[in-house]
Design a protein around this ligand. Structure first.
Ligand code: FES
Ligand code: MG
Length: 589
């Protein structure tokens, strides 16, 4: 059967090179050296790129060394030609000073590869936190047909009969160790057992969240996000993804036809239902910015009023393997579409609408996926905050503990309003050096504030805002204090921090003039956070030297700082968002 693509394949410009037999010969010859035949490359079949995000230093995504084998078979079976190439590695836990630096770097690299080589469509292999947004950002810039193949989470972790989830177990064990309940050896055992197999974090941390967002945006096959990495279904969906991207190449089904304002609003709502990571806020804003779509604080607020229905750590109890068996993202999408919360008419990579994709999905475990009218929690989204310290910050309300609610949010007649004394740290070294200093006299009337942790300050914006109280308070049973910062925190954290405060201190935001001892009034009803400092005093402090930040240590750090915007706009390379559809033009010889 001869098929005609809706748009001529761009790879023809290389391998058929009209009028330039010399160039075609040059382009063709070197692919021979690993066994591709000229007949294949000149057959008119689409060349399908596979952006390989896994490696030994990207262990969360290393399963893709296997999944791509099945993806290649799917591509071949459907009449395409696979060509695998590396994506700049991004490993959340290990990269210093922070993996956030690499999101924009991997983005830049992928754009150049997709533009500069004879690639007609691409499989984006994703897993660890930022591999999903960087890949989708690039897909929008280039705008050739693209599909996400998630690597999947690890199996559920168990320690002495108790579920232990990635990251979350670290934060919880850290508190237990400071309170003297466990020793270092026990800490390490609990951490090891949270990681029982290949795959990415098994909590609803940033990795599970962003792969769920890709599925919710319609950019991966239904069910793709939550299949555990070692399951046989992972290989099967890799094969189906390979088959499907070939069809998408023929159909010219490009990201710009799928990623719309409506699909991003759907993603924000899905995020609340699953109890997703606070990192989704900058990442969704970044993906939208590269798709030419603006997401406002008001758009974020539309997610706040919705319920949490997925019972997964850190907001709930279970981990991703169990969530997958409960029906995963398709079951959640089905509930949200049926309730009229999501727009089911949006286009997806299957060529069908979201509603059509999930028509048969069902909830198979009522302990894990709750009904919308009997949720785990009402009004469980991100509260969008503003005030004299920043234009925008968020608070993840689904992780507010009973203890925190009782202490800070339940003053009769003043529910949701509290005042606290600021203790300000300049970066995480300062926090670690001073948090147990008795001179700070930290008690439960304090808020721990960290600055110098944003896009410019760190650089990259670090996951440090979920600061734990001094050991002395933990030993008294005080599990958490209010925290505030211009950095981020791990999606696996159960801290109800006020975070992603933007603009950051290093960009002259309000945290730059805050001083230890200032009183901060937090009004969750009005969505306000204000330091109770007089205007003339604020003006005076603005004349003082800015808080210190470290110098750039690499060329990329310097360039990143020069070109990246603030977190409330996604922290993207701002000049880059004007480039869209670059792959529709073919570069010169
Ligand atoms: Fe890579 Fe969590 S550290 S997925
Ligand atoms: Mg993280």
């Amino acid at each position: 059967m001869t098929r005609t693509p809706v748009r001529p394949f761009r790879s023809r410009e290389w391998f058929a090179a009209p009028g330039r037999a010399d160039m075609a010969a040059l382009y063709l010859e070197r692919f021979m050296n690993y066994g591709i035949t000229p007949a294949e490359l000149t057959s008119g079949k689409p060349i399908i790129g596979i952006a390989q995000s896994g490696s030994d230093i990207a262990p969360c995504n290393r399963i893709h060394l296997e999944t791509v084998k099945r993806a290649r078979e799917g591509i071949l079976a459907a009449g395409g030609i696979p060509m695998e190439f590396p994506l700049h590695p991004i490993f959340e836990n290990c990269r210093r000073p922070t993996a956030a630096l690499d999101r924009n770097l991997a983005y830049l690299g992928l754009v150049e590869i997709l533009n500069g080589y004879p690639i007609d469509a691409v499989i984006l292999t994703t897993g660890c936190d930022k591999t999903t947004p960087s890949s989708l950002m690039a897909a929008s810039t280039v705008d050739i047909p693209a599909i996400v193949l998630s690597g999947g989470p690890m199996l559920d972790g168990w320690h002495e009969g108790e579920l232990v989830g990635s990251g979350t177990v670290i934060w919880r064990s850290r508190r237990k160790m400071a309170a003297g309940e466990i020793d270092e050896a026990e800490f390490l055992r609990r951490a090891m057992e949270s990681a029982p197999s290949s795959g990415h974090c098994n909590t609803m941390g940033t990795a599970s969240t962003m792969n769920s967002m890709a599925e919710g945006l319609g950019m991966s096959l239904p069910g793709c996000a939550m299949i555990p990495a070692p399951y046989r279904e992972r290989g099967q969906i890799a094969y189906e993804t390979g088959r499907r991207i070939v069809e998408m190449a023929y159909e010219d089904l490009r990201p710009s036809k799928i990623l719309t304002k409506q699909s991003f609003l759907n993603a924000i709502k899905l995020l609340t239902a699953i109890g997703g990571s606070t990192n989704a806020q900058p990442h969704l804003n970044a993906m939208a910015a590269h798709a030419g779509i603006t997401i406002t604080p008001e758009d974020w607020q539309t997610g706040y009023d919705l319920p949490l229905i997925v019972n997964m750590q850190p907001a709930g109890q279970y981990l991703s393997e169990r969530f997958h068996r409960a029906g995963g993202i398709p079951a959640v999408l089905k509930l949200l579409v049926d309730a009229g919360i999501l727009d089911g008419s949006v286009a997806t990579c299957t060529g069908r609408t979201m509603a059509e994709n999930v028509a048969e999905a069902r909830v198979l475990d009522a302990d894990v996926i709750f009904p919308i009218d009997k949720p785990l929690m009402e009004k469980a989204g991100f509260l969008v905050l503003t005030g004299n310290l920043f234009d925008m910050a968020i608070m993840k309300t689904s992780v507010i503990s009973e203890q925190f609610r009782a202490r800070y949010l339940s003053t009769p007649g003043q529910e949701g309003v509290f005042e606290v004394r600021a203790v300000v740290f300049d970066g995480s070294d300062d926090y670690h050096h001073r948090i147990n200093d008795p001179a700070l006299a930290i008690d439960d009337n304090c808020i721990l504030v960290i600055r110098g942790a944003g896009v410019l300050g760190w650089p990259g914006s670090a996951e440090v805002v979920n600061m734990q109280p001094p050991d002395a308070l933990l030993q008294k049973g005080i599990q958490s204090l209010p925290t505030l910062g211009d950095g981020r925190q791990s999606g696996t954290s159960d801290s109800p921090s006020i975070l992603n405060a933007s603009p950051e201190s290093a960009a002259g935001g309000g945290l730059s003039w805050l001083r230890t001892g200032d009183v901060i009034r937090i009004d969750l009803n009005q969505g306000r956070v204000d330091a109770l400092v007089e205007a003339d005093e604020i003006a005076r402090r603005k004349g003082e030297p800015a808080p210190p930040i470290p110098p750039s240590n690499t060329p990329w750090e310097e360039l990143y700082r020069e070109k990246s915007g603030q977190l409330h706009e996604g922290g993207v390379l701002e000049f880059a968002t004007k480039y869209r559809g670059t792959g529709l033009k073919v570069p010169r010889h």
